[in-house]
Design a protein around this ligand. Structure first.
Ligand SMILES: Cc1cc2nc3c(=O)[nH]c(=O)nc-3n(C[C@H](O)[C@H](O)[C@H](O)COP(=O)(O)OP(=O)(O)OC[C@H]3O[C@@H](n4cnc5c(N)ncnc54)[C@H](O)[C@@H]3O)c2cc1C
Length: 307
């Protein structure tokens, strides 16, 4: 390929897993590049506003602080990093990567580290009211809802924990879940039951987000009866789970039933010399520690294969 850049390893995604892989490639003398679609590295760290106290060796007030520590360390290594660089296609057989701007990169090994994204509701008003009533995070936006009514949608840990956080400042929190039972841990559910500011609605689905300049209400549908009602609220937080960023390689490598990459103990996918690390390949234990460890594993395996 005439105008393509060549590397030992092309890493797609610059979250914790991708950063760790690049760091370890450098440590082992492999040439690599990180391709990250956002304007900076960090992935989910950039949307983590809670303190991180379970990453061994470092405690951080939030994800941004941990990101800075990681970036400080890799800065000294002169890694090749391309931010604002979205990968639009990959070819797992030929180990080539097509960027959105038309450039092609080729490699001996591909490392997929594309992580996950928050699941969307896909209902009317969801885009229009982002930042105009739809909150980004309970922790970050707690002051915005002081004395107001807020609804939280979802039934897992993230939804229930955020309802508890928002209840510290809001006048009233309504926690709305489409199923009868919550998946969240018992400890959070008990706290919700004891909190007089939190109302729980189950078997309810949100079908529309309503407002003029900013969010004013939501439309809810009772799942068992199909009856709808308009529910007044000043703010809304959506925590309905996450989904894997797998569009690039669907159909080229084997995925599990939820769309996560299937890998072996070397983090190798069903395509030879194509690896997957971090949350995209680890739905059972999506943590910073695992992502960092998988980055190291993959680089060591590649180094051995190079010899
Ligand atoms: C609110 C919150 C709190 C958390 N708290 C903790 C905690 O306390 N402890 C803990 O261990 N873990 C915690 N986690 C989980 C932890 O943050 C993740 O497990 C970890 O960051 C996953 O890193 P990753 O690199 O695999 O994926 P991600 O961070 O999702 O990174 C993937 C990157 O790939 C990029 N990308 C995707 N597609 C493309 C493409 N086509 N082209 C280029 N780039 C692309 C994305 O932009 C993104 O930057 C938390 C997560 C959240 C959301």
């Amino acid at each position: 390929m005439g105008n393509s850049e060549n590397f030992d390893v092309v890493i797609i995604g610059g979250g914790v897993a991708g950063i760790s892989a690049a760091f370890w490639c450098n440590e082992l003398g492999l040439s690599s590049v990180i391709l990250e679609s956002e304007k900076e590295l960090g992935g989910q760290l950039l949307w983590t506003y809670n303190a991180i106290k379970n990453y061994l060796g470092i405690e951080a007030e939030n994800g941004r602080e941990l990101q800075k520590i990681f970036l400080n360390q890799i800065e000294k290594r002169n890694l090749s990093i391309k931010t604002n660089t979205k990968v639009s296609q990959i070819d797992t057989k030929n180990k080539t990567v097509l960027l959105e701007d038309g450039k092609i990169l080729s490699a001996k090994f591909l490392v997929i580290a594309t992580g996950i994204r928050r699941r969307k509701l896909n209902v009317a008003g969801e885009e229009a009211f982002q930042g105009k009533g739809i909150l980004r995070s309970g922790k970050r936006d707690a002051e915005l809802v002081r004395g107001k009514n807020v609804c939280v949608i979802g039934g897992g840990d993230a939804a229930v924990e955020n309802a508890l956080i928002l209840a510290e400042t809001a006048e009233k929190v309504t926690l709305i879940h489409r199923r009868k039972n919550f998946r969240a841990r018992e400890e959070f559910i008990e706290k919700v039951k004891l909190n007089p500011k939190i109302t729980v609605l189950t078997e309810m689905e949100i079908t529309k987000i309503i407002g003029d300049e900013s969010l004013e209400a939501i439309e809810l549908k009772q799942i068992t009866t199909n009856q709808t009602q308009i529910y007044q609220t000043d703010a809304l937080l959506l925590r309905i789970g996450v989904e894997p960023n797998n569009e690039l390689f669907r159909g080229q490598i084997e995925l599990d039933k939820n769309g996560y990459c299937l890998i072996d103990s070397n983090c190798e996918t069903s395509a030879m010399d194509v690896f997957a690390i971090g949350d995209i390949a680890n739905p059972a234990a999506p943590t910073i520690s695992s992502a960092v460890g998988m980055g190291a594993t993959v680089s060591k395996v590649i180094e051995t294969r190079q010899k």
